[in-house]
Design a protein around this ligand. Sequence first.
Ligand code: E4P
Length: 218
Amino acid sequence: MKFFIDTANLEQIREAQSLGILDGVTTNPSLMAKEGIVGDENIIQHYKTICEIVDGDVSAEVLSTDYEGMIKEGEELAALHPQIVVKVPVTKDGIKAIKYLSDKGIKTNCTLIFSPGQALLAAKAGATYVSPFIGRLDDNASDGVDLIYKIVDMFGTYGIRTQVLAASIRHTMHIIQCAEAGADVATCPLDAILGLLKHPLTDIGLEKFIADSKKMGK
Ligand code: E4P
């Protein structure tokens, strides 16, 4: 499973990259706004900076909601850097835009997926990734991880090559559950990734090794 970081925060992206395990980045308008990125020039520069920090795919979301606007923005975003993946919402215009962009060889990430049917349409349109939002489903008393199982199973049945990018991950256990479900990618907050390292027996074991190493004259 690939690990993407789900943030527009450059410090966190650098920290995740320095771990050597980062495969890409996802952003969305809320994450960009949270970092105070305002205005076309700053937005463009921010995406370019992220692409310079990481080696993998960087999702940049279109802000238009109509087909013409989405394809114009999508082509502009894709022209910024070869690592850019154009993120498009799963609406009627969005599906048409994904078809147009994927036919042009532009990578796309279909976002705001909450059902297997939405994922199927996005895949049919040629999306590189589909992003099911598991945390938001859990927030609404639905089983988010179950949606990952369903989409992975369906794509497996038909040999669909669109990658399942588990999004809206809230905590470390979600990452494990997405891996068990067969997600191709999990996009995670940095804390959730770092949570994978935590185990009290590791801390206790390391303390003992350090104490014993002193007996070895170290
Ligand atoms: C990433 O692609 C999504 O936009 C993001 O994971 C949504 O997360 P949220 O539900 O925590 O806002």
